[in-house]
Design a protein around this ligand. Sequence first.
Ligand code: PNS
Length: 162
Amino acid sequence: MRTAIYPGSFDPITLGHLSIIKSGLVAVDRLVVAVLNNPKKKALFSVEERIAMIQQSALEIDGESRVEVDSFDGLLVDYARKKGVRVILRGLRAVADFEYELQMASMNRHLGPEIETVFIMANEDYFYVASNLIKEVSNLGGDVSSLVPNAVASRLRDKLGA
Ligand code: PNS
């Protein structure tokens, strides 16, 4: 059974992330969506809220629940070793993502040569969608409901009054 870890901040999960999860499940049998617990980075949603939103969103795309949602802190490669998983999944939108992703994948290869990072292209409908933009637009009263899962749209409204 092939498993991959899909790590990220997911503050909050977007339809872009969800498209990566959907495509990832074509490539592997199980996905562990892992939310980074980083107390130094100010997040809009708590880790618990982010996990709940991912769980609800994943149910919409995969009834058999091949998706596990978890959180981690510390190094990603240490977490992958602890889980016994040797594949890290990341999504790519445009060229702009490439440099950051190359740097992270190379650092992770340095730290954990036995672990491979695999990239999947995001659905082109969501190339411009990023959690930070979702929060900014939502905060300013813009409508992002067609860019995030239902579970996120309602929570954004509760949190930001959007
Ligand atoms: O959604 P993001 O913010 O682009 O995700 C970044 C993430 C969580 C994948 C990355 O910051 C990470 O893996 N952090 C854990 C710390 C770590 O392992 N750092 C060294 C690898 S660069």
